[in-house]
Design a binder for this molecule. Sequence first.
Ligand code: FES
Length: 361
Amino acid sequence: MDLTTPPPDLYGRPEPDRFMRRVTAFGDRYTPALGSPLLRRSPRRAPARPVPPLQLAVTGHRTVAEDVVELRLADPGGDRLPAWQPGAHIRLRLPSGRERHYSLCGDPADAAVYRVAVRRLPGGGGGSTEIHDELALGARVTVRRPRNGFAFCAEPRVLLLAGGIGVTPLLPMAREARRLGLDWRLVHTGRTADALPFGDELRALDPARVEIRTDDREGVPTGADLLAHTRPGTAVYCCGPAPMLAAVQGALEASGARTLHFERFGAAPVLGGSRFTLRLGADGPLLDVPADRSALDVALEARPDLPYSCHQGFCGTCRVHLLAGTPEHRDRRLTGEERAAGVLLPCVSRAAEGETLVLDL
Ligand code: FES
């Protein structure tokens, strides 16, 4: 069940609410009469210009938990930063050229600074290590404006489930839930208390609504444990590793929760994949892609310098051109024209059994 799609109305109900029905009926009835001459006079719009990225400075770099640093980014001239909503993320281009996405964890009301938190991933592609070890105060980074694929819909009753660093998009949601007077609760899980960032900030919002639950004391929670406080009609927001999401999804129906919105770290498990072959360059090596691995993961073993970021087919960082082969596109990013032109996102896209994809690398 893909529940990242926004619900039909702000409160997750399956039908538009009464107010929206009336507004729609009013529009249907009167807009043609009022609008048609005006609409005919409307000047033709120029195509939208690409929005330039922001050039920001690192104004804060501090350790907020074991292997987690918080970065603060601000405009060097003190300008206000573009607005964002809880759940939004930014794309950072680091001095090395690596690009990574991070959820904004600060306060949307503070237009002076963006805050992100980064866990060190020693076996990753080097982005987190660069941020931890090389990105100094005053360094400049290029930042794409905030985008939101995990919007907070402010349902009346909300359960926020965070796994480790997955608390970052949920912290602004908790702040917003408190501001709106919603019935909210946040459960933050992880290996140990030292590994969990922002405990003090969360408890300062409302200690009675925040539960810190660690594996070393209570064991790894099941989906039912995480949803134990769910009451009928609760909207659940979950951000964490794939096993945590799978556990929550498996226990959702029995919990009485109404909706699940989620954001996962890294790659989703490959479902319904077949074994195929990848060739890196027209004369490059042939690589075997097993049914349960992504083409990008396999390609990275031979070419660790390949760019990537989200591992989920939405950022476009891993795009490559196809020289030959018939792909099975599984991304949520490419247009029909791009696919027809041979563009492929190997972090999620693959091929049928026995097929060979030749990548222009
Ligand atoms: S890494 Fe983001 S689309 Fe492939």
